[in-house]
Design a protein around this ligand. Structure first.
Ligand code: NAP
Length: 288
């Protein structure tokens, strides 16, 4: 099949690579062209705009940073919809707002095209080996057409009738990540300052009902001071803000998210935007 891919960042590149690896013809576009080199070397075809990607394909996937960027790449000048023929299916996997995914769904429908939202849980290693978890919202007809492509990203897929249900499910997952990592960071610094070896504390967690895999992987990185990015800290702050907006719209109290927003804002203002989101611990290690 001819498949398009727009957005070749940390997650987009390995996901696009899996489509190529399955033998499809892949048409790609990214703001920064240099990031397409490894995929072009394997046969992917560069397009100068998302509109050109849509002209060459009937299905395109996107993995982009923020709601504004997705809206621009979909509906803006030279965006996907500009080049789409009736029946075109755009599956976006980015973490964005439910307000935007609902709007895109309506807009595509008015042009006799389809928009599915399929945000993913997992990070770069899961994007690389095809073990992401997927939440897919939108029409069954469009889903049946893209199911095999989404299966390349992960085999665990939860289906939702509406796009905003899928979008909010992903935001809920990231609320948990932000809360757990903020708590872990505070706990490790508390241990450090009270003469408890933080590695011993992680070991205690690992033997208890409190354990979570993320405590072990991110806890070890925090102790070792390894903040090589798998998920940029700036994107975590974006997601916390998206959670809070969505919570406000549904009259839900989420005070833990407000605390996480405060911590992550401080981390961003301290220059850690392009480090891994676990670098939030550096804020707590500052002398008070
Ligand atoms: N990393 C993770 O572990 C992870 C996991 C699940 C979900 N997500 C979500 O997936 C999405 C992508 O994440 P990522 O980690 O791949 O981020 P990333 O490496 O920052 O990639 C972001 C993508 O958006 C593009 N972009 C950014 N600003 C743009 C602009 N103004 N105009 C056009 N394109 C622009 C980037 O293009 P350039 O290459 O030119 O910068 C790149 O293709 C985000 O919504 C994130 O929250 C990430």
């Amino acid at each position: 099949m001819n498949i398009g891919f727009v957005g070749l960042g940390l997650m987009g590149r390995p996901m696009a690579n899996r489509i190529l690896g399955a033998g499809h013809t892949l048409y790609i576009n990214n703001r920064t062209k240099e990031k397409s080199a490894s995929l072009e070397a394997k046969g992917a075809i560069w397009c100068d705009s998302p509109a050109e990607v849509a002209r060459k394909t009937e299905i395109a996937v996107s993995m982009l940073s923020t709601p504004d960027v997705l809206e621009d790449r979909a509906l803006g000048k030279n965006g996907l919809l500009e080049g789409a023929k009736p029946g075109f299916i755009h599956v976006d996997c980015s973490t964005v707002s439910p307000a935007l995914t609902k709007r895109l769904h309506e807009h595509y429908r008015s042009k006799r095209c389809y928009f599915l939202h399929s945000p993913v849980l997992g990070s770069v290693p899961n994007a690389t080996d095809g073990s992401l978890l997927l939440f897919v919202g939108g029409e069954e007809y469009a889903y049946s057409k893209v199911q095999n492509i989404l299966g390349l990203f992960g085999s665990k897929i939860w289906r939702f009738e509406r796009v905003d249900q899928a979008t909010n499910t992903k935001l809920l997952c990231n609320f948990f990540i932000a809360s757990m990592i903020s708590g872990l960071a505070q706990g490790l610094v508390f241990a450090e300052r009270n003469s408890i070896d933080p590695k011993v504390f992680l070991d205690i967690l690992s033997h208890s009902a409190l354990n979570a895999q993320t405590y072990q992987t991110k806890g070890t990185s925090m102790i070792e001071g390894n903040f090589a990015p798998r998920f940029f800290l700036e994107h975590m702050l974006k997601d916390i803000k998206l959670v809070l907006d969505s919570a406000k719209a549904s009259h839900t109290m989420m005070p833990t998210a407000e605390i996480a927003e405060e911590l992550y804002t401080k981390a961003l203002d301290s220059g850690f935007a392009k480090e891994d989101y676990s670098a939030v611990i550096k804020i707590l290690r500052l002398p008070s």
